[in-house]
Design a protein around this ligand. Sequence first.
Ligand SMILES: [Zn+2]
Length: 155
Amino acid sequence: MSSFRVAAIPTEIAESVRKTGKDPQYGFPVHMEVAAGRAPCRHCLQLIRMKEEKLFLFTYDPFQELGVPPLPGPVYIHAGPCERHVGASSIPEEYRGRQLTFAAYGTSRQLMTELRLTNGNEDEEAQALFANPVVKYIHVRSTEAGCYLFRLDRM
Ligand SMILES: [Zn+2]
């Protein structure tokens, strides 16, 4: 069985956004509002409570330090402090049964496989992708919104 680790965005990125009001990769101003819809925090990977909690929306390139070309897009984090998600070999509960896209990359950011999940089996599908030794990591995106959610790293 191929084990994997769930990688949320680094804490330094989240803290920098909260402290400066700009995203640390591009320097664009971040947007703050009370969550109005389904908004997963890319740091703790919990949902930001609708009509209750504030979020920051900012531009993030999930390929930073992994290769070129970059693929920047909008992501949310809690406006207030939260704990970075730590987990292994299991997709966080909030994302199970959702329409997810698994994009499996090899070295030099080469896209090996793209898989659209619709009916669960997230852990098994990820393990099956990692069974291919050329797959180095998987980016998990929302199929509907296209937004980057988190990364799965080979353990
Ligand atoms: Zn959070």
